[in-house]
Design a protein around this ligand. Structure first.
Ligand code: AMP
Length: 213
């Protein structure tokens, strides 16, 4: 089973949702650079203060800052046998830097149409405490405003507004989409197509697991 993984795809493709389901099956950590930034922003750390203006504007945080953060996280003990990188790399510079840090075994490329992304992101909510993701339309929590997993408070991300969503999609197309070719050339990419906003999560997770065999 492949365990050193990247989940690639536009914002709202479901990277976080599927990574949070696949990671425990593989016994590896889910490393979400977006969650790491939000955690640091909430705690108002130096890293959080540096990232904030970019994150809230829907722009990518400069490569150097992201690469340093990922290098530190990958050196922790729980990442020895594998990991799911969720939201990293997002530029060619980051992908090249990652090559000198880690040996990626598979890239799960989530292919989702723009219409589905916009519909998903505008009704997405996330837990303030454990970062679990829900959706008011397609994956509502059992109790309104409360996380099923830890009881934490659910909120809408500041960058999940229509204007910022468009900026993030533009950033994806210009800076991240070229990574598909980069990893295709290495023969490590597996495309997982998902055309529906409400496709059952279990079915997609099963397809991802099959691609990792
Ligand atoms: P996400 O939760 O993956 O949608 O990330 C939220 C925001 O965090 C992005 O819009 C960027 O501002 C920032 N971010 C997350 N990962 C990266 C990355 N690999 N490179 C640059 N910026 C990132």
């Amino acid at each position: 089973m492949k365990t050193k993984l990247i989940f690639l795809g536009p914002p709202g493709a479901g990277k976080g949702t599927y990574a949070s389901r696949v990671a425990p099956k593989l016994g590896v950590p889910q490393i979400s650079t977006g969650d790491l930034f939000r955690e640091n922003m909430a705690k108002d750390t130096e890293l959080g203060r540096k990232a904030k203006e970019y994150v809230n504007a829907g722009k990518l945080v400069p490569d150097e800052i992201v690469v340093d953060m990922v290098r530190d996280r990958l050196s922790e003990d729980d990442a020895t046998n594998g990991y799911i990188l969720d939201g990293f790399p997002r530029t060619l510079t980051q992908a090249e830097a990652l090559d000198s840090i880690a040996e990626i075994e598979a890239v799960i490329n989530l292919v989702v149409p723009d219409s589905v992304i916009i519909e998903r992101l505008s009704s997405r909510i996330q837990c303030k405490s454990c970062a679990a993701v829900f959706n008011l339309k397609t994956m509502p929590p059992q109790e309104e405003g409360k996380c099923d997993k830890c009881g934490g408070e659910l909120y809408q991300r500041e960058d999940d507004t229509p204007a910022v969503i468009q900026k993030r999609l533009d950033a994806y197309k210009a800076q991240t989409a070229p990574l598909i070719e980069y990893y295709k050339a290495r023969g490590v990419i597996a495309n997982i197509h998902n055309d529906k906003a409400d496709a059952p999560v279990d079915g997609i997770v099963a397809r991802i697991m099959a691609a990792l065999e």
